[in-house]
Unconditional design. Sequence first.
Length: 525
Amino acid sequence: MCGRVKDDALSKRVINPLLGRMFRRSRFRDFALIAYLSVLWPSAALAQNSVLEATVHEIEKTRKWIHVPVNQSVLIETNLPIARQQSLSPAIAEIESISPTQALVKGIAVGRTQVIIWADDQQMTFDVSVEQELGQLEEAIRRVAPHADVQTHSIMSTVVISGTVSDARLADRIMQVAAIFATDVQNHLQIAGEQQVLLRVTMAEVSRSILRQFGVNGLLLGENFRDFQVLSNVGAINPTSFGFGAGNISNNIPLLTGGTAVGANPTLSLGFPRVQMQLFVQALRENGLLKVLAEPNLVALSGRTASFLAGGEFPIPVPQTTGGGGNTITIEFREFGVRLAFTPIVLANQNIRLNIAPEVSELDFARGVSIGGFTVPGLNVRRTETTVEIGNGQSFVISGLLSENVRAVSTRLPGIGDLPILGALFSSREFRKNLTELVVMVTPEIVSPLNPDQIGVMPGFDVEDPDDWQLFALGLLERPLPEEAGESSAPSEDWPAAGGSADAEGRSTNAILGPWGQSDFEENQ
């Protein structure tokens, strides 16, 4: 900056007056102008032309890829002696010369970098991808699943497992093995064969009950107070009470059976008014039979849970305390009916693992309770939950119950109640026996979707509403479809007959059952 100020002062005091006299002379005018611009003002000319420029020259002329596992090496061999080599990221891959024409690239850590070699004024660049070593992992997978078609790929620090296996359980085992060798594993495995399971459940229950009762209550009264009176109240079959006659008692005091009424327990009542004798007899023989049969069917995908409910909900009043200290009643609903929930897993060799929980429940008002004027019924429940392994199309009884309950009660007066005939008037006997048999059976099947020709007539599709004559005169609530309508609803001839063709293995191509798994086919060769 100081040099620039001195040059300007010199130009004003010396050079500018001199150039003014020279410009007035024509032969020195052009020469003076050029000399002034080139010698005395170099800083101004340099300031106007100071623009930064650069030229980029690519180092590599030929680029190649090198894939090297961690802690392993790859050999690069050239036709010219290697003058120099360099790795852009030695922490990922190192390169060193082991001979004039050979260089060794060693993988240090997972990642990507470049190595460059120079030879005879030429250079070559290699893109190096250092990946995880998968040889031991592939060998371990072959031991676990020798018949599975599995491939492993390394993408940076992630290992991708792809291919086809026979069942989900084998896929889980492969992933568990892969987790030992790598922390980040992606599962791209596919399951061979059909993976949909149809479960047929049959719940059958038969309950029998037997009841036998015999008892006698009675009373025998005399005509006056001095006569003999007898009352038998064993078992309290019917309530009995005594009372005295109204008015003053002068001679005999008559006894009256005031308020004696026939209750609900006696099955027979005998009275002899003149003898003043009344008998209440309870003699009953009762046989009960209960049959419950439920057959729910449900389809689910392998590994997924499916649920089914055919029934309803009943209200339950629940007392709630309000903020002011009062009470209010809210209503909650509980489900009942036929319920089914299961989770299937398709295994190899057409085996199926089932986690199943069937239930059949019904309202039982005999076990109900009354809350605030509401009668809440109880539930009679049959429920089971288990996990089994079963073959395709096979049946398994997963639970069963055989219950026998016997109860006998004999009540009698000592002595007189033991007499052969007369003792029956002073005794009561009751015999109860309950027998229950319950069986729950499951049948799973591997299924595939149906073709239109395999679908039968749905319930209610083969009937129609009756006309007035059929409804009022004949009393029919429904009538079958005419034969012409039934024939028109038959499947089209374009569809093959159900089960009409077979493959090379003899299995029906139109069958409901799905194909065998891949491993099954290989292991059975």
